[in-house]
Write a protein that binds this ligand. Structure first.
Ligand code: HEC
Ligand code: HEC
Length: 660
């Protein structure tokens, strides 16, 4: 069969030539770099094509398809992890290969053209990395690539045209993604295959550049060098696999504190890209960090020097290396230049990481000496904060996607893409809306999670609003006029505060328990999800509490105090159709979703505080009506949905299934 095949194709000769290439001076480890690079490219092509089978380039589907690959495709995380980390390995191997070539002087005649091909290959590989970073369409890739494409626009003359060519129009977005994908999966790999073919062909033509061929006897490529190359490729693969599974190793080996799940394994997937949510902690891949740091040295119009001219000049000098290397001195210069460049890259990368993380590593007081140091520390704090928030969002969006409905089937991502889940999510958006619209008066401190200690709170602290614990402060003579409740409002001296201070200042044990029952009853009106179990368990006490609450001082009605001053809740409030209108807010459904939405929409409504009245303590004190006009929504401060989001968040009702 082989003879038949050879007769028709001449295959034997080709194989023989390929395998029995001469290696003067014997097989060596230092020659393996080129082979490992070809191997990595092969891995990238295979994993890339398989990824392609599940990937969908599009503003509303890219992230979703990568999420599917990472979390639902069998071993998808492994596939994605391989592709991700092999790309990083390629960059490192490129540097090693380049170093070996320069140090060995392998660029000298007649190998100049092959050296230049190598440099072009390096650019193509970096181009593949850059384009690949955008494809998951997550926050970090989106914002980092946006910076990169903006730099392109700095080029004088053709800059803006070039930028819109790459970005796909004037807007960075879906069009950019489709272009980057075409580059990443079409043009660049084709260029790489073409250049690589030429590179290998020329390499074969000139043979290996050997420094001192006489040291060891000549061998052939097969089997000696092939064995070394194979071992090196396997070693690279092993390192890559190690990085893919690394986060899951402790769990796998029986350690604690780590999870063996696709959330942690393989490559990271941030929250879906959201053009309306600038992400200040976006950074390029680590091997571009040095450029990012280098750019910080240039400001304003000088930026084009850092971004384009200087890197261009360095590239130009690299291209001149074979010509300089003709002289001994020139070769020395080349090696020296390479060393300086690498040191510079190391230093800048380290510096970039240090600048970002300094606040995590050192105490603040060490950085108070100068304005510059303070700024450095603050920037780092902001970076860490933004990264934490980004991580939280990434986890949250997956939580939302993995939710099951009552029938146990998974929720689907909305048609606008997974980013709509986050935009509509009380847990994510609640604190933001609160900070902007409520935080200048209210604080939100001491609860679980989000802390917003207002500078000078001028309204109640709303952390845990409606819960038993929160309510107990209102009926505490020592706290009702304190900073967490009515302290900074005109109600500090109001009828409620007066009543509480007069009647509840010194209660006996039995009275205390009656008060507790009443608080439990009032709190049950809120129907807080976090308190549902307690509300169910205390149903009896709550029923008694409701009686106390709605007592009007009639014969046989229970009341907290054995001897009353004649004041009852129902003298000033309404509850379940009983009571007195026009004094204090309605307590029916107090702090329930409906009550809160109505209250925030218009606290001046007769059901709540009534119109502002500056002459006495009654009436609304400064709390704006956020949606007073149901008939003309555009004139309102907040939309209905925004209010719902704030309310669901305040009530810890994060997982409502209502589709807005
Ligand atoms: C200009 C200051 C101000 C802003 C802004 C403000 N509030 Fe208020 N809020 C008050 C004051 C003062 C009260 C006390 C009751 C009153 O006088 O209306 C209050 C009361 C409340 C209450 C009733 C709880 C209690 O302890 O009485 C809730 C709930 C509330 N605000 C929620 C919000 C939310 C949510 C926002 C943002 C959408 C907000 N407030 C914005 C000043 C403000
Ligand atoms: C003398 C009249 C009066 C009595 C009695 C009274 N309240 Fe009030 N209550 C008010 C007024 C008025 C406010 C509004 C704040 C202010 O101006 O003091 C208020 C506020 C409240 C609030 C806070 C409302 C909000 O916006 O969050 C709650 C809760 C409350 N009362 C519950 C009760 C309960 C329960 C009782 C009975 C144990 C009671 N009140 C007795 C007049 C009264």
């Amino acid at each position: 069969l082989i003879r038949w095949l050879d007769d028709r194709t001449g295959i034997r000769k080709v194989v023989r030539e390929a395998l029995y290439e001469r290696i003067p001076g014997g097989a060596r480890w230092r020659y393996v770099w080129g082979s490992t690079l070809v191997f990595c490219f092969f891995v990238q092509a295979v994993t890339g094509i398989v990824l392609w089978m599940s990937y969908s380039p599009g503003g509303q589907s890219a992230w979703e398809s990568v999420y599917y690959i990472q979390h639902h495709l069998t071993a998808g995380w492994f596939l994605r992890g391989l592709h991700h980390f092999t790309a990083q390995a390629m960059v490192i191997l490129l540097v090693l290969h380049f170093m070996q070539v320069v140090i060995d002087g392998a660029y000298r005649a007649p190998r100049e053209i092959n050296f230049w091909l190598g440099l072009l290959l390096m650019q193509v590989v970096l181009g593949l990395s850059l384009t690949g970073y955008l494809l998951p369409w997550d926050q970090k890739g989106y914002w980092a690539t946006r910076v990169a494409t903006n730099l392109m626009g700095l080029l004088p003359g053709v800059g803006s045209q070039l930028q819109s060519l790459v970005v796909g129009g004037s807007d960075y977005g879906h069009g950019t993604l489709t272009r980057f994908f075409a580059l990443h999966a079409g043009i660049l790999p084709a260029a790489l295959v073409g250049l690589l073919g030429l590179h290998v062909a020329l390499f074969r033509r000139h043979g290996i550049k050997v420094k001192t061929p006489e040291k060891r006897p000549e061998t052939t490529f097969w089997p000696d060098q092939v064995l070394k190359d194979a071992v090196a490729c396997l070693a690279v693969l092993a390192v890559v696999v190690y990085f893919v599974v690394r986060p899951g190793l402790p769990a796998f080996l029986g350690g604690e504190g780590a999870e063996w799940s696709a959330r942690h394994l393989g490559a990271d997937l941030g929250a879906p890209a959201d053009p309306s949510e600038p992400y200040s902690a976006a950074r390029p891949e680590w091997y571009f960090l040095f450029l990012f740091q280098f750019l910080k040295l240039f400001e304003g119009p000088a930026e084009v020097w850092g971004a384009i001219y200087l890197p261009g000049i360095v590239m130009g000098v690299l291209f001149l290396m074979p010509l300089l290397g003709r002289w001994k001195l020139g070769h020395g210069f080349n090696v020296g230049l390479l060393a300086v460049l690498l040191l510079g890259v190391f230093f800048l990368t380290g510096r970039a990481i240090y600048d970002d993380r300094v606040a995590a590593w050192f105490e603040r007081d060490k950085f108070q000496a100068s304005e510059e140091q303070k700024k450095l520390y603050e920037n780092s704090e902001q970076f860490l904060l933004a990264s934490r928030e980004a991580e939280q969002n990434a986890t949250r969006v997956i939580d939302l996607l993995e939710r099951k409905d009552e029938a146990g089937s998974p929720m689907l991502a909305p048609i606008e893409g997974a980013v709509a889940l986050l935009r509509n999510d009380p847990f994510t958006q609640g604190p933001r809306l609160f900070a902007v619209h409520c935080g200048n008066c209210h604080s939100h401190a001491g609860g679980t999670g989000f802390e917003l200690p207002a500078q000078n709170p001028s309204a109640p602290n709303l952390a845990g609003v409606g819960s038993r614990q929160w309510l107990s402060g209102i009926f505490d003579a020592a706290r009702i006029s304190g900073p967490d409740y009515f302290g900074a409002t005109k109600h500090a001296e109001g009828q409620m505060a007066e009543f509480v201070k007069a009647d509840f200042a010194s209660l006996g044990a039995e009275e205390q328990d009656s008060l507790k029952k009443m608080i439990e009853a009032l709190s049950a009106q809120a129907g807080l999800p976090g308190q549902a179990a307690a509300d169910r368990a205390d149903a009896e006490r709550i029923a008694e509490g409701e009686k106390i609450l709605s007592s009007e001082g009639e014969e046989g009605e229970p009341w907290i105090l054995k001897e009353s001053t004649g004041q009852y809740c129902m003298g000033c409030h309404t509850f379940s159709g009983k009571g007195t209108e026009g004094v204090g807010p309605d307590l029916t459904g107090y702090m329930s979703r409906e009550w809160l939405i109505a209250f925030i929409s218009n606290p001046e409504h007769a059901r709540f505080y009534g119109p502002r009245d500056d002459s006495d303590s009654q009436g609304n004190d400064r709390m704006p009506a956020f949606a007073a006009n149901p008939d003309s929504p555009q004139s309102n401060l907040l939309t209905r949905r925004q209010i719902e989001i704030i309310v669901d968040w305040l009530r810890g009702d994060y997982d409502r299934r209502e589709v807005p």
